[in-house]
Design a protein around this ligand. Structure first.
Ligand SMILES: Cc1cc2nc3c(=O)[nH]c(=O)nc-3n(C[C@H](O)[C@H](O)[C@H](O)COP(=O)(O)O)c2cc1C
Length: 318
């Protein structure tokens, strides 16, 4: 199938996860089968002001491709300007965030708050589509709350504007990340629009993929299941879980890549966010987690990972 002008074989995508999906997680996910990745959400205003933190979100090595950059804002003018910068930097597409539920973002009217302001949501998309030649997508929620489910209405309007695909995480802003995602909305969406539909929300198994395919999704975005488990893509494609040696090598490589990105002082702290995922299901996981969280330096953490004893941590559940 074609997405953002790219030929995808399986349609497995790594979701944008703020605070997690910087290039090390993207590079590892690609190795196991993620065909396309997204940056974490990037403030359009931060990009225009060239803030150091924002610019660092655009940094990536050559192997981290193809890649879509995601922006958030409430200003169509800023969105268009940011989109041109992103296009100039060689990204494969631009995604507009209309799904982030966190207070800091929705209180300014951005992210999922756009599900309450469809005219502004459409103006943003219109401005970005008009500003660039690369494909533009929108990632949205089901609606603001259960009394205002309007994803199909918004997606229908966005298709007319020229948006290239819709990514739907079918929970409402009020749901945050709780409860069961309303996957039945994918079928409604499929009947209402003819552009590609990307499914997001609790995708964990090959049978989930099959179910979403039946409901009309063209591609599948995996988020939390890939945190500390980049091999989830291989498993979704019918491949094996990693051996202990492979797991240890991946962890060490992840730590080294975080060191290259953030510097050794910060890398250990970033790596700790992934440790639970990496050791989940292993005997002795909680002991290792506690030890790793107490590690003070990059080198301490590295030595602990190297010493993960294969005998102690035999796999007890996957
Ligand atoms: C910690 C965290 C950060 C996220 N950051 C973003 C983001 O920057 N942009 C975005 O569109 N969605 C973001 N999401 C939503 C995910 O992309 C995804 O739609 C959601 O987590 C459901 O998919 P999952 O069950 O596979 O995680 C984030 C979710 C989490 C848990």
């Amino acid at each position: 199938m074609k997405l953002y002008g790219l030929d995808l074989v399986h349609g497995l995508l790594l979701a944008p996860l703020s605070g997690y999906t910087s290039w090390p997680m993207r590079v590892l996910s690609r190795r196991f089968g993620a065909e396309l990745c997204y940056t974490e959400m990037i403030s359009a205003e931060g990009l225009l002001m060239n803030t150091r933190n924002t610019l660092s979100l655009l940094r990536r090595p050559a192997e981290d491709a193809p890649l879509v950059a995601q922006i958030f804002t409430t200003s169509p003018r800023h969105a268009a300007h940011a989109a041109r910068i992103i296009e100039d930097q060689g990204f494969n597409g631009i995604d507009i965030n209309m799904g982030c539920p966190v207070r800091k973002v929705v209180s300014k009217g951005a992210g999922a708050a756009l599900m309450r302001d469809l005219p502004l949501a459409q103006s943003l998309a219109d401005a970005v589509v008009g500003a660039v030649r690369i494909p533009v997508s929108v990632k949205m929620r089901a609606g603001w709350d259960s009394g205002s489910i309007n994803a199909v209405e918004l997606a229908t309007a966005l298709e007319k504007i020229g948006v290239h695909c819709i990514i739907l995480h079918p929970r409402t802003r009020a749901d945050m990340y709780k409860g069961t995602p309303r996957w039945d909305l994918f079928a409604d969406l499929r009947q209402s629009i003819s552009i590609p539909v990307v499914g997001s929300g609790d995708i964990r198994s090959a049978s989930d993929l099959e179910c979403l395919r039946t409901l009309g999704c063209d591609a599948f975005m995996v988020g939390r299941s890939a945190v500390g488990r980049p091999w989830v893509f291989r498993e979704l494609l019918g491949g094996s879980a990693p051996s202990m040696d492979e797991r240890r090598e991946i962890m060490l490589e992840h730590l080294d890549m975080l060191g290259a990105l953030y510097g050794r002082d910060k890398a250990a702290a970033f790596m700790k966010k992934f440790i639970s995922g990496y050791v989940r299901g292993l005997q002795g996981a909680s002991i290792f987690r506690n030890l790793a969280c107490a590690a003070l330096t990059f080198e301490d953490l590295k030595e602990m990972i190297k010493a993960l004893p294969a005998s102690l941590v035999s796999v007890i559940k996957e």
